[in-house]
Design a binder for this molecule. Structure first.
Ligand code: FAD
Length: 479
């Protein structure tokens, strides 16, 4: 085996773990699933660092995982992996004249959100501060304004990538892809938009950006409303949530099942949270959400609060779920329709699962989000073929078991799959196909739930050109 330290430029920081190395000291990950000590952790600073790492991995049959936010719980990391920590690629450049923002390959959502909000601008960014922008883009990039804009992949202007291999067989080098690319480069550009894992190392992504004032929000603030219901009122909460389907483009509403934190008056108490965000004038928000002010619902809620938040802080309320601890996986799906009875039944299952061995599983949660599908459908095919099939699905389900002992996995899987099955009942009854999110896949995922048969064939073709030595990990073919 060649010496990695000798093979890479001195601008790289390199850690080769030993048997005594503490895993989390070298590989910070959101979930412990599928992660063991890597072959090496490399922190590059230059493009030459990237090309040298690819050459080393190719010649020595190693694998590369470029790491951004560390939230990809489905990505395997083991003794064959070079874990490429992209943190030094952290520049963000707003081009106001062209309405674009260039985001380097190691930026997480909060970095970009804060920077852009400071300039009075926004773009499509993951709803969670600590999630990597590139990591989420590769699977589609769902965000708070899906209803108005569609997914992040619908707003890509350019991608600069060092692919793991090239059609011409030359040594690794960066290329910049745009909607104007042609041939194999166009095929790569398209695949990176939703089926992008394992094709190379992205150094930057350029997305469309918009001025915040164009949203016409009152005082440029996002209107928010939160209602918390006790478990005894789950039926009312589920009825209220479904009564708001489908939401107008400006509204994003989420029903969450979660337990009260240790600092709450009744730690661990189950709660139902209905969280609404409106990206438009406050008066229009009040009108769109008028059902949430009705006595029928407010009388049953523990709290019902209307407020505002600025763009820079819009994700802060979800920071608790970014904690790096324990085992977590996403069981999820996209639905066209859900009914209140399925939601109630899924809630009862969650209460039972998350109560066991308290407090070991009490951070397990369910979210059922909703958006208008109008923009997603309108964007289809506009700037090339993107790898997102569920454009007609406006309900997003995510059941997240969170536990500390691996032995719970069997039970956690059964619970997660049960939630998904219940929420899919309406769609399955009318023969709709099962779809789930590339960004929330499970190890062993049936990829036909993520991509159509035609897409799967195209992903294989792209892989054989741009990662012909299987240096990268992809959802369809793995290593
Ligand atoms: C708490 C939480 C909230 C989430 N919220 C959202 C959301 O709002 N919207 C959404 O769409 N998804 C969301 N996700 C899913 C998330 O997009 C995926 O888990 C994604 O893979 C995470 O990316 P990461 O960079 O954080 O993780 P990582 O594990 O670092 O990376 C994930 C994958 O992306 C690849 N990758 C990362 N950076 C690069 C790069 N520069 N070049 C090439 N490949 C790269 C990695 O190799 C890996 O395959 C969320 C996940 C969690 C856990």
């Amino acid at each position: 085996m060649a010496d990695l330290n000798a093979a890479l430029p001195s601008t790289c920081s390199i850690t080769i773990p030993t048997a005594d190395t503490e895993l989390h000291d070298v590989v910070p990950r959101w979930s412990n699933h599928g992660v063991s000590l890597p072959y090496a952790v490399v922190t590059p600073s230059t493009v030459e660092d990237l090309t040298s790492t690819i050459s080393f991995a190719t010649a020595n049959h190693k694998k590369i995982i470029p790491a951004n936010g560390g939230h990809g719980s489905f990505v395997p990391i083991n003794g064959e992996t070079i874990y490429l920590d992209m943190r030094n690629f952290n520049a963000i450049t707003l081009d106001e004249e062209h309405g674009t923002v260039k985001i380097e390959g190691g930026c997480v959502s909060k970095d970009v959100l804060t920077y852009l909000a400071g300039q009075g601008w926004y773009t499509t960014l993951p709803n969670s501060n600590a999630v990597g922008v590139i990591g989420s883009f590769l699977g589609g990039l769902s965000h708070a304004l899906n209803g108005m804009k569609g997914f992040g992949i619908d707003h890509v202007q350019a991608i600069t990538i060092v692919p793991f291999s090239h059609p011409d067989g030359f040594t690794p080098h960066p290329i910049t892809l745009t909607t104007a690319s042609t041939g194999e480069e166009k095929a790569l550009f398209n695949a990176l938009c939703g089926a992008g894992h394992g094709l190379g190392i992205i150094t930057s992504l350029t997305l469309t950006a918009w001025p915040i004032p164009c949203l016409n929000m009152t005082n440029d603030q996002i209107w928010t409303r939160r209602l918390i219901f006790p478990p005894t009122q789950i039926e009312a909460a589920a009825r209220l949530y479904t009564s708001l389907l489908p939401p107008p483009a400006e509204l994003n509403h989420v029903l969450g099942f979660l337990r009260a934190p240790p600092t709450a008056p009744v730690p661990g108490a189950p709660m139902v949270l209905l969280s609404l965000s409106y990206f438009g004038p406050a008066a229009a928000a009040d009108e769109a959400c008028k059902a949430t002010y009705e006595e029928e619902y407010t009388s049953k809620a523990i709290t019902a609060v209307t407020g505002t938040t600025g763009f820079a802080n819009m994700n802060d309320a979800f920071d608790a779920i970014n904690a790096h601890a324990g085992y977590k996986e996403y069981h999820g799906c996209f639905c066209a329709e859900v009914d209140a009875a399925s939601i109630v039944s899924a809630f009862e299952d969650w209460v039972r699962f998350s109560a066991k061995d308290a407090p070991a599983r009490s951070r397990s949660y369910v979210v059922i989000g909703a958006w208008s599908t109008e923009a997603l459908l309108k964007n289809a095919g506009k700037t090339g073929e993107k790898f997102f099939a569920a454009r007609d699905r406006g309900v997003f389900v995510q059941a997240t078991p969170w536990y500390s002992e691996l032995g719970v996995k069997g039970e956690a899987d059964a619970w997660g799959k049960g939630v998904v099955k219940k929420l899919r009942e309406r769609d399955r009854a009318v023969g709709r196909r099962d779809w789930c999110f590339a960004n929330n896949v499970l190890a062993g995922q049936d990829v036909r739930e993520v991509y159509s048969e035609d897409m799967i064939a195209k992903i294989g073709d792209v892989r054989r050109v741009w990662d012909k030595n299987f240096v990268g990990w992809g959802i369809v073919d793995g290593w």
